[in-house]
Design a protein around this ligand. Structure first.
Ligand SMILES: Nc1ncnc2c1ncn2[C@@H]1O[C@H](COP(=O)(O)OP(=O)(O)OP(=O)(O)O)[C@@H](O)[C@H]1O
Length: 419
């Protein structure tokens, strides 16, 4: 079951927002509705599920409703209509006390501009929420220290925010959100105010932290690269506050739902996002010690292969034999594959980005074997599939031309001139 389930969520800002719904049903646009009613449709019928422990990115251009969306999830902004179910409980129906408890213990927020109290030290900032919640001093300081260590700020606990760089201030913001160990982190453009280098570093650190913490993270950004890097799944909001697509980075890049998303993603370097698993193919193997050179030769001939991978009885990859070696060994009557197994072959993992395979792809003669962390063989990626991914979307106007075509064109020109 999803941790958070959002159904038909609407937020309309302005006087008497309910009168906007008939206009929405008639398909009136956001600017038209604003003109006619003075109301702004910020979220227009959004539905999605957020799974436990995933990083769910809400992505869209300025004004598409991202901040409104994340604030509706904890009702910092009161939705106009819809349902938000958190762990089986309807947030829309919670009374003030229950809502306060949910905000305090279940979800914490990290803001773009850090939101730190300037006169308080790092540790006092981090423990602030716990203090408000009435936790005693020893316990809250212990929790705050743990969070400070987690974000790599040990040694700075008694500094004031103004003494820290932007990246460090945002670490304090993150530590403050983590201090009460909430299940859900709401991060609103949390890295957008940082210099590009620091921003990249914080993204990497968040990925590392998340690998240890396994929180459910809802991360808002207007930056597609950031969304693709951090998101397990991404929801793309259109300018009219509608959900345009929900999917993994690979799904969004490979099959954009409409022209809006297509335009969004067209300049992204796909090879950095698409991973080996999406272009992996199955490949014939022989099993050691059951199969010998004669079987290997037969399978290669049947499948028109010049080499075949060898696995042990647990499908662990041992190496590869070529058809020449296998045929020679079979002719000599050898039964054992061992002397002809080559183990100087290339391997990769299912989650490796295709861009990391390019160098190998142009040098190796054989497909690259895809294995998991236990060395179990899953399939192969070949040069053709890698190049196909790299060349998608490349404008081929200046591509090489066949010599015969060039000659043909000259002949045509001559014929025209003579005519
Ligand atoms: N308090 C408000 N009153 C009226 N309109 C609002 C209010 N807050 C947001 N809006 C409008 O709602 C729409 C969505 O705004 P929102 O801030 O959620 O978008 P966003 O995607 O987060 O944009 P940005 O990245 O610029 O913050 C916009 O058209 C905005 O002008």
């Amino acid at each position: 079951m999803a941790l958070i389930s959002v159904r038909n969520l609407y937020k309309v800002f302005g006087p008497n927002p309910k009168r906007v719904f008939p206009l929405l049903e008639q398909g009136k646009s956001k600017p038209e509705i604003l003109k006619r009613t003075g109301c702004t449709v910020a979220i227009n019928g959004a539905s999605f599920d957020i799974e436990k422990r995933e990083t769910f990115v809400v992505m869209g251009l300025s004004g598409s409703g991202k901040s409104t969306m994340i604030r509706c999830l904890n009702r910092l902004i009161e939705p106009t209509r819809g349902e938000i179910i958190l762990d089986g409980q309807d947030i829309m129906k919670m009374d003030k006390e229950k809502l306060r408890e949910t905000r305090r213990y279940k979800m914490s927020m990290v803001f773009q501009h850090f939101g730190l109290l300037p006169h308080r030290s790092v540790i006092n900032n981090v423990e602030f929420g716990l203090e408000i919640g009435g936790m005693d001093k020893d316990e809250r300081q212990k929790k705050a220290m743990k969070a400070i260590e987690l974000v790599g700020l040990k040694g700075f606990e008694y500094s004031k925010p103004a003494q820290l760089s932007g990246g460090m201030q945002q670490r304090v913001g993150l530590a403050r959100a983590l201090a009460n160990d909430p299940e859900i982190l709401l991060m609103d453009e949390a890295f957008s105010a940082l210099d590009p280098l620091i921003r990249t570093q914080m993204q990497d650190e968040l990925l590392e932290l998340q690998a240890k913490m396994h929180k459910t993270i809802i991360f808002i950004t207007h930056d597609l690269d950031e969304a693709l890097k951090l998101g397990d799944r991404i929801v793309i909001l259109g300018p009219e506050g509608r959900v345009r697509q929900i999917g993994t980075p690979e799904e969004i890049l490979s099959s954009p739902a409409d022209d809006y998303v297509k335009e969004f993603v067209q300049n992204v370097d796909r090879t950095k996002v698409i991973t080996t698993s999406s272009i992996m193919k199955s490949h014939a193997t022989v099993s050691y010690p059951a199969d010998g050179p004669a079987t290997a030769t037969r399978i290669m001939e049947k499948n028109r292969l010049n080499a075949i991978f060898v696995t042990d009885s647990d499908r662990k990859l041992m190496g590869l034999v070529t058809i020449d070696d296998a045929a020679k060994a079979a002719k000599k009557g050898q039964k054992d594959l061992t002397p002809i197994i080559q183990d100087n072959i290339y391997t990769t993992y299912p989650d490796t980005a295709i861009s990391d395979l390019l160098g190998t792809a142009v040098t190796t003669t054989y497909p690259i074997a895809v294995i998991d962390e236990n060395n179990v063989f899953h399939g192969v990626v070949d040069r053709g599939a890698i190049l196909a991914e790299v060349t998608i979307g490349i404008d081929d106007e200046a591509a090489p031309t066949r010599l015969s075509e060039l000659n043909g064109q000259e002949e045509d020109a001559e014929t025209r001139e003579n005519a």
